[in-house]
Design a binder for this molecule. Structure first.
Ligand code: SF4
Length: 349
């Protein structure tokens, strides 16, 4: 007997071909596609506009492997961290961050991460596998459910800043964005989506050439190669000049400003000389800077910068006309903040 095919791997055209083989009309394929993506059905039985006979036929022929909720944790500040299990029992995490005017989902793109940035808990997990585009999409759907439940408002923004380096899972990340932004999916505008990369220059050039127009953020964290080499291995193969060239190309083609994410670490990158180097990079491409408060991670020598240092740093940037925002940490009490996603509270079901 043939192995069952994963129904969520089909494009609409492929679905139509499959349904022709089942001697079902084209519009049925469209209905099923809509159930899978627009209505996010998690089983064939939920597809109630289809006959029972067809649902049984589909069950015999296809697999429907939706991501399942595993553990939900709610922070004092309203942030929700969702542990999710995949069909092969692997675990991932995603976060929903409510704010006055927006609800943001932070999604994972890989199980673990291969890049081992020295300050990041996810980097300790090593990369296990890439998520497929349906698994990325499912995180958005599940986090949207919590946005509605806790705030009565749907998600407004999506950031690819959870576990993994999105541009090392390029095809699945782009496919997930295409379905999220398509009328067959969530019909969300690309400008509501931000992909955060540690600096994969080729990926940045490729997505620019493909006409993608979402927002790009660079996890910068150090403004010279000498310092960046010490905390981010990726900088050895993608140095700042290469990455800045790719970001400039992205800006020229899309008109989008770039965001630099900069975590301030105590006595590592928080001096006025560091601030000055950051201003130099900022002036190379139209951009914003997000200064992020670090959450100390067990076993990591880098520590959160002192608040006086942070204030001096911010003032230095602002006095030089830099557009900078200080991002306070969210979900600290449930290990949901930046760099803390590490499946800490989970064991496979
Ligand atoms: S910061 Fe991002 S790229 Fe670096 S180890 Fe963590 S998840 Fe991977």
């Amino acid at each position: 007997m043939n192995a069952k095919k994963d129904i969520r791997k089909f494009s609409l055209e492929e679905m139509i071909t499959e349904f022709e083989q089942l001697q079902e009309p084209k519009f049925r394929a469209r209905q099923v596609y809509e159930w899978l993506w627009k209505k996010s059905a998690r089983s064939f039985d939920e597809m109630t506009s289809l006959s029972k006979e067809l649902r049984i036929k589909m069950q015999e022929r296809f697999l429907l492997q939706a991501v399942q909720e595993h553990i939900v944790q709610k922070s004092k500040d309203g942030t929700v961290k969702l542990g999710m299990s995949l069909h092969d029992k692997r675990l991932i995490e995603g976060v929903m961050i409510p704010d006055d005017d927006r609800n943001t989902a932070c999604v994972s793109s890989q199980v673990g991460c291969s890049l081992s940035c020295s300050f990041c808990a996810t980097g300790f997990l090593k990369r296990d596998r890439n998520l497929d585009w349906g698994e990325i999409y499912d995180q958005v759907i599940l986090l949207n459910k919590y946005a509605l439940e806790y705030t009565n408002k749907p998600l407004t923004n999506i950031v690819y800043m959870g576990m993994g380096e999105p541009l090392l899972n390029y095809d699945n990340v782009m496919k997930s964005i295409r379905i999220i932004t398509s009328p067959e999916g969530l019909n969300m505008a690309q400008k509501r989506i931000t992909v955060s990369t540690s600096g994969i220059a080729k990926g940045i050039t490729r997505l620019t050439d493909e006409g993608m127009k979402f927002n790009l953020a660079l996890s910068l964290h150090a403004a010279t190669d000498e310092k960046r080499d010490k905390i981010m291995e990726i900088n050895h193969s993608n140095n700042l000049e290469t990455v800045m060239n790719a970001l400039t190309y992205f800006h020229q083609k899309t008109g989008n400003k770039v965001t630099f994410e900069y975590i301030l670490f105590d006595k590592f990158n928080d001096t006025m000389e560091d601030a000055d180097n950051l201003v130099k990079l900022y002036n190379k491409v139209p951009s914003f800077i997000n200064l992020i408060e670090y959450n100390n991670v067990e076993g990591v020598t880098l520590k959160k910068a002192k608040s006086e240092k942070r204030n001096e740093f911010v003032a230095y940037l602002r006095n030089r006309g830099v557009n900078v925002a200080v991002r306070r940490s969210r979900g600290k009490d449930i290990d949901a903040a930046c760099g803390q996603l590490a499946n800490k509270n989970e064991t496979a079901a």
